[in-house]
Design a protein around this ligand. Structure first.
Ligand code: ZN
Ligand code: ZN
Length: 242
């Protein structure tokens, strides 16, 4: 377990930033739960701790991080099925997602057995809206509401590190599915082009599944949202990624 985690790269450009990240893929869907922390305080947060809590606790212990909160991008089982359990264990609050995902969170108990993951309904301590900020140690992340994959999906961005945690909005070479209840393909495209792209081409991102990438790479080559694909309006239909 720890070997797999240690093999994941730290982000080179963060050498001079107090932000550190460790990605821990969880659930059979290999969802990128991420431990983010501030080296000035060694206080941190888990984003999307969907399951495999023993591995997540081990990551915090290995890096000497005091977990002070849990951040959630959206209400899907693989992202937050066990967030409530972890929050209770650590005695920390849950911030996010946007309240429009309340219906997803309310069905976590029922969705769990269908995917072989134990899910538990929880009530976030703080729902987030576009323009909010969340604090982790001495770090401040900006919150962007990016609906489309789910109506209440949010993205966390740390401007100083040029790093975004985007959940299932955008992947390397793909975008989130929009065939779920209240999914909306155009909303997702709009969120990517009007909220993510303005953060800058040199912005690296941790997606909900799969490898990291950056916006420049996706604007060049992503078949759904590259500049050329959108200019031709050829994008359409759902992506194949969870
Ligand atoms: Zn999702
Ligand atoms: Zn996902």
């Amino acid at each position: 377990m720890l070997r797999a985690m240690a093999a994941l790269p730290m982000i080179g450009r963060m050498a001079y930033s107090p932000l550190r990240v460790a990605i821990v893929p969880v659930t059979p869907l290999q969802q990128n739960a991420t431990l983010i922390w501030c080296t000035e305080t060694m206080r941190g947060a888990f984003t999307d701790p969907g399951a495999d809590l023993d591995r997540l606790r081990a990551a915090a212990e290995q890096h000497g991080v005091t977990v002070e909160k849990i951040l959630i991008t959206h209400g899907h089982l693989d992202h937050c099925g066990q967030a409530g359990i972890l929050a209770r264990e650590y005695g920390v609050p849950i911030e996010g997602p946007h309240e429009a995902d309340r219906f997803w969170i309310s069905r976590l108990d029922d969705d769990g057995p269908r995917f072989g993951i134990r899910g538990e309904v929880f009530e976030p301590d703080r729902w987030l809206v576009d323009g909010d900020t969340v604090r982790v140690g001495n770090l401040t992340f900006d919150v962007y509401h990016c609906p489309g994959h789910t109506p209440g999906h949010v993205v966390f961005h740390h401007p100083e590190s040029k790093l975004a945690i985007v959940g299932d909005v955008l992947f390397q070479g793909s975008i989130g599915r929009t065939d779920f209840p209240l999914g909306n393909h155009q909303d997702l495209i709009d969120a990517i082009t009007t909220k993510l792209w303005p953060l800058g081409d040199d912005t690296a991102f941790i997606p909900g599944h799969g490898p990291m990438s950056n916006f420049a790479h996706e604007r060049r080559s992503n078949p759904f949202v590259s500049d050329s694909a959108l200019a031709g309006q050829t994008a359409g239909g759902g992506a194949a990624t969870p």
